[in-house]
Design a binder for this molecule. Structure first.
Ligand SMILES: [Zn+2]
Length: 262
């Protein structure tokens, strides 16, 4: 079995304080080689980075790969000089800028400020040739347009993708991978499953977004990266694709995007 990568998991969040070590140990034993851990705000980066250092042991745990960014759902916390702080933080060994993007799920009050922040962070990523981890809710067209208008070429991941097939294909054309996880395990997720089936393997990566987006087989608990093994089995079945081939390809996709080996 190839090694599995969780391409989006908030393993640093306090929800995991009690059992982080046991979860990460079991992930490693089951064959997870790496977890991409996205940043959300300046105050969270330092805590996140300290947690990742604590579990920096490739024998016992998956490799924890940090991304740093200013998340559009935390607009109340961000200040303009946090962009300068972001540049310094990226120099500590980030594999990507994220998560960044646009979100109008709770209304449009902060939309203009979100756009400004997103553009600035795309520019920072471009300067460093780093890929981006995109968070987009109800804003897929705007996100693609900004990426295109800005001539952003370092690619990235459309995390927890929730757009249309056409939007997914436009993202792939711009050098992006499409992130699938717990949401597509539900039978009722017809549109998402159609997209999962229509895309080539080379465009697909897997993620839990833990502790969010619990899969259909464990809705009662916070989501965990341990669930990714079963999530991938279910999504391989949906695609009628051999699980080993799909898993191996998704791992290769992540490693190529991040330009690393694990
Ligand atoms: Zn996230």
């Amino acid at each position: 079995m190839s090694a599995l990568i969780d391409s989006h998991c908030h393993i640093d969040f306090p929800q995991f304080d009690a059992d982080r070590e046991s979860i990460l140990g079991r992930c490693r034993q089951k064959g997870m080689s790496a977890i991409l851990v996205p940043g959300v705000s300046r105050s969270q980066w330092a805590r996140m980075s300290a947690t990742l250092d604590q579990f920096n042991d490739a024998e016992r745990f998956p490799r924890l790969l940090p991304a740093y960014g200013l998340h559009p759902c935390f607009m109340g916390e961000h200040e303009i000089d946090h962009l300068t702080n972001l540049e310094t933080q990226l120099d500590t060994g980030a594999v990507a800028v994220g998560e960044i993007g646009l979100d109008t799920f709770h209304g449009e009050a902060t939309y203009d400020a979100q756009v400004k922040l997103f553009k600035a962070q795309l520019a920072i990523a471009a300067e460093r040739s780093l890929p981006v981890i995109i968070h987009s809710r109800k804003t897929q067209d705007q996100v693609i347009k900004l990426i295109r208008d800005q001539g952003f070429k370092s690619g990235g991941i459309m995390h927890a993708f929730s757009g249309s097939l056409q939007q997914a294909q436009q993202a792939v054309e711009q050098g992006f991978l499409i992130g699938f996880g717990g949401a597509a395990t539900y039978d009722r997720a017809n549109r998402l499953r159609r997209i999962l089936k229509a895309l080539p393997r080379e465009a697909i990566v897997f993620e839990t977004d833990a502790p969010d987006i619990p899969p259909c087989f464990d809705r009662e608990h916070p989501n965990s990266p341990l669930n990714l093994f079963r999530i991938v089995e279910i999504l391989a079945e949906v695609r009628e694709d051999p699980v080993e081939d799909l898993l191996a390809c998704s791992t290769k996709n992540v490693l190529e995007l991040l330009n690393i080996a694990v």
